[in-house]
Ligand binder design. Structure first.
Ligand SMILES: [Zn+2]
Ligand SMILES: [Zn+2]
Length: 384
C-alpha cells in the first residue's frame, strides 16, 4: 500500500467513524426528547385492581394555566389511570379570552385520553362560599346544566345526572381560617344524598378531621392535586409523587371507578402516607411485601432472621407496638421501596423453642386509619 492508498484508507475510516458518531448523536437527542411514562408500583389487592386517580384538575377554562389536553399528557407521564378535569362553574377569570361553554375542556381532552388509554371522567367544580364551600361533581353528563343560582339546585342537577359529589379542601384556610368545621349545611347535603365523599388531602394540605368524618359519616376518602399550573411545577415524579386517590375497582373502566367510589373503596396517597380503612390498608401492605423466613427454630440466646421484600413505591415505616413473646426484634425500621430489609429475632426465654409460630406486631406509621391511629399489622412466621 502506497502513501496515497494509506491516506484514502485513513480518510474512509474517519468518515465512517464520524458518520457513526453523528448517527449516535442524533439518536441520543431523539431519545432524550422522547418522553416516557412512569410506572407507579402499588399492587392490586385480592379481588380488585388498584387504579391511580386524580379527580381534581383545572385548565384555562377556569383559573388554570394549561390547555386541557396537557392534563391528559401529564397523567400519562405520571402513570395515572384516571383523571377528571373539574373546572370551576362559577369562577372563570380567563372568560374574556376563553368563551366556550362548561363542557369544552372535557371535549378537547377526550380524544387524547382515548388514544393514551387514560380514563377521563367528566366533572366540574361547584364553587361557593362556606358553607358549603367547593364541591366536585364527577361522572356528570352536561356541566352547563350545573350553572344555577342556588347551590342546592346545582347539586341536585349533578346528582340527577348520576354524579358522585365530594367536598373539596374542607379545611382550606381561605374559607375556614381558624378550624376545619363541619357545618349544618353539610349534614343537610349528606341527608339529601348530595355529598358522597371528602378530600382528606388537597394540593399540599392535609385535613386530619376529614379522615374521622369520612368514617363517622360514611363518606368516601379522596386525595387530589387540585393543580392549576403545569404539574411539573409542583411535583417531581423522580423524587416523590403527586397526591392521588387509590381506587380499588372491579374493572379498569369508568363504571368500575364509579362503583368503587360509591362503595367507599379508596385510599388517599400523599407524601408517602396512606389513609383509609384498616381492611384496605392491610390488604395493600401484604400485597406489597413478601416475607422470607430463614429456616431454623429459634432458641434462647440465638437469632433467626427474616427478609422483607417491599415491591411497592411506598417506604413503610414500621414500629413495634408490643414485645414479642419469647424474643426481641427490631423496634423500628423502614421497609424501603424496592428493597429487601432484614429483620432479626433474638430468643430471650426458653419458652420460645416450643412455639410453633412467632408473631410480631408492628404499627405502620405512614398508614393512617384515623386522625390519631395507625394500621397495626401482624407478621406471623413459622418457628422451624
Ligand atoms: Zn376549590
Ligand atoms: Zn379546584
Amino acid at each position: 500500500m502506497n502513501n496515497f492508498e494509506l491516506l484514502i484508507l485513513n480518510l474512509a475510516v474517519m468518515i465512517i467513524h464520524n458518520v457513526f458518531l453523528i448517527l449516535f448523536l442524533i439518536l441520543s437527542v431523539l431519545l432524550s426528547h422522547g418522553q416516557t411514562r412512569k410506572i407507579i408500583y402499588i399492587p392490586d389487592i385480592p379481588g380488585y385492581t388498584t387504579l391511580k386517580c386524580d379527580f381534581h384538575l383545572h385548565t384555562v377554562f377556569s383559573d388554570g394555566t394549561v390547555w386541557p389536553s396537557v392534563r391528559v399528557e401529564e397523567a400519562w407521564l405520571d402513570g395515572l389511570d384516571a383523571i377528571s378535569i373539574t373546572d370551576h362553574i362559577e369562577y372563570r377569570p380567563h372568560s374574556k379570552d376563553i368563551t366556550a361553554d362548561h363542557n369544552r375542556s372535557f371535549e378537547i381532552a377526550e380524544p387524547l385520553a382515548n388514544s393514551l388509554n387514560i380514563l377521563l371522567i367528566r366533572g366540574a367544580e361547584i364553587s361557593r362560599s362556606m358553607p358549603p364551600g367547593h364541591l366536585n361533581a364527577l361522572f356528570i353528563k352536561n356541566a352547563n346544566l350545573l350553572d344555577r343560582e342556588n347551590v342546592t339546585d346545582a347539586l341536585k342537577e349533578a346528582r340527577d345526572q348520576g354524579a358522585f359529589i365530594l367536598w373539596n379542601h374542607p379545611g382550606w384556610k381561605i374559607q375556614q381560617p381558624d378550624t376545619t368545621l363541619w357545618w349544618d349545611e353539610h349534614t343537610r347535603l349528606l341527608k339529601s344524598d348530595l355529598m358522597h365523599g371528602i378530600e382528606v388531602f388537597n394540593d399540599k394540605e392535609y385535613y386530619p378531621e376529614a379522615i374521622d368524618w369520612a368514617f363517622e359519616k360514611r363518606l368516601t376518602i379522596l386525595c387530589n392535586s387540585d393543580v392549576h399550573s403545569p404539574i411539573g411545577m409542583s411535583y417531581d415524579p423522580e423524587n416523590g409523587h403527586r397526591p392521588m386517590t387509590l381506587v380499588f375497582a372491579k374493572s379498569r373502566t369508568q363504571g368500575g371507578i364509579r362503583e368503587a367510589l360509591f362503595s367507599r373503596r379508596t385510599v388517599a396517597y400523599f407524601n408517602n402516607t396512606l389513609a383509609g380503612t384498616a381492611g384496605l390498608l392491610e390488604s395493600l401492605f401484604f400485597a406489597s411485601v413478601e416475607i422470607r423466613n430463614h429456616p431454623g427454630r429459634l432458641s434462647n440466646g440465638e437469632t433467626k432472621s427474616l427478609e422483607i421484600t417491599n415491591n411497592s413505591d411506598i417506604d413503610f415505616e414500621i414500629e413495634l407496638v408490643q414485645p414479642g413473646i419469647g424474643f426481641d426484634v427490631n423496634e423500628k425500621t423502614i421497609l424501603k421501596a424496592h428493597r429487601v430489609t432484614p429483620i432479626e429475632l433474638r430468643g430471650n426465654s426458653a419458652q420460645v423453642e416450643n412455639m410453633q409460630e412467632l408473631k410480631i406486631y408492628y404499627q405502620v406509621n405512614n398508614m393512617m386509619v384515623s386522625s390519631t391511629e395507625n394500621l397495626v399489622v401482624t407478621l406471623a412466621v413459622a418457628n422451624n
